[in-house]
Write a protein that binds this ligand. Structure first.
Ligand code: 8X3
Length: 251
């Protein structure tokens, strides 16, 4: 069966990454599904054995990244779409009551892992004169909120990196898009962030948040646009959310 191309999705084993993987399979792509959790990846590739190639990789282990990508089987080497989805938030405590190791882990995954993987994959895209790099940013990269500190800063980095990437790549056919979602439910995001299931559930009480499928459908649309159309960035929120929050301290 012919396919539309190969997409590499990081953080593919759950949440946004899993929804993006299934959506792009439906769209006719073959997927290199990257994640740390082998068993979860095996479930994905069990569902679509011909369309999904699982790769166990930790985004914070940049030493092995290049070898992992360059030793993919020959039929999986020509990556057309890179979806930099892997990322996490840890904690909502305010400075200075934070964990430096949480900060380091967010920077290693959301920033260092993302830029290394992008740099490793972009060379092949340029050689083949074809490619689309999509990153998952966040509204937290634009709007500050209490306890957002380094998480928001990593997503501000991603937003600016993607704009600068687009700028460096002018004159090439490579497309570059940053997707910036707001409140999004039904994933492990808040469980990982808060390390407390009840508190994580409470984040979404009384709301109709975005879903991973909403994000996947948006990516499907962005990827499916004609080759001359580049969506630079998309900010998405559920209807129940608004970008207001400027604080005034009064005595
Ligand atoms: C996820 C959205 O609002 O929790 O990045 O920062 S938010």
């Amino acid at each position: 069966m012919t396919h539309k191309g190969i997409a590499l999705v990081t953080g593919a084993s759950a949440g946004f990454g899993k929804a993006i993987t299934y959506q792009l399979v439906q769209d006719g792509y073959k997927i290199i599904a990257v994640a740390r959790r082998k068993e979860k990846l095996e479930q994905l590739s069990h569902d679509f054995p011909d369309q999904i190639y699982p790769v166990v990789m930790d985004m914070t282990d940049t030493r092995n990244m290049e070898t992992t990508i360059h030793t993919l089987p020959p039929e999986w080497q020509e990556i057309d779409v890179l979806v930099n989805n892997a990322g996490l938030a840890l904690g909502v405590d305010r400075i200075p009551n934070i964990s430096l190791s949480n900060w380091d882990q967010m920077i290693k995954t959301n920033v260092i892992g993302l830029i290394h993987l992008t740099q490793i994959i972009i060379g092949g895209m340029l050689d083949r004169k074809k490619g689309h790099i999509i990153s998952l940013g966040s509204i937290a990269g634009t709007y500050p909120y209490p306890g957002g500190n380094v998480y928001g800063a990593t997503k501000a980095f991603v937003a600016q990196f993607m704009l600068n990437l687009k700028t460096d790549l002018i004159g090439t056919p490579i497309r570059v898009t940053n997707i910036e979602p707001g409140l999004c439910g039904g994933t492990e995001f808040s469980d990982i962030r808060l390390k407390d299931h009840e508190k994580a559930q409470a984040v979404y009480e009384g709301t109709t948040p975005l879903t991973a499928d909403d994000i996947a459908k948006t990516i499907s649309w962005v990827v499916g646009l004609p080759a001359h159309v580049n969506i630079n960035r998309i900010e998405m929120m559920p209807v129940c959310q608004a970008p207001a929050g400027v604080a005034v301290f009064k005595n």
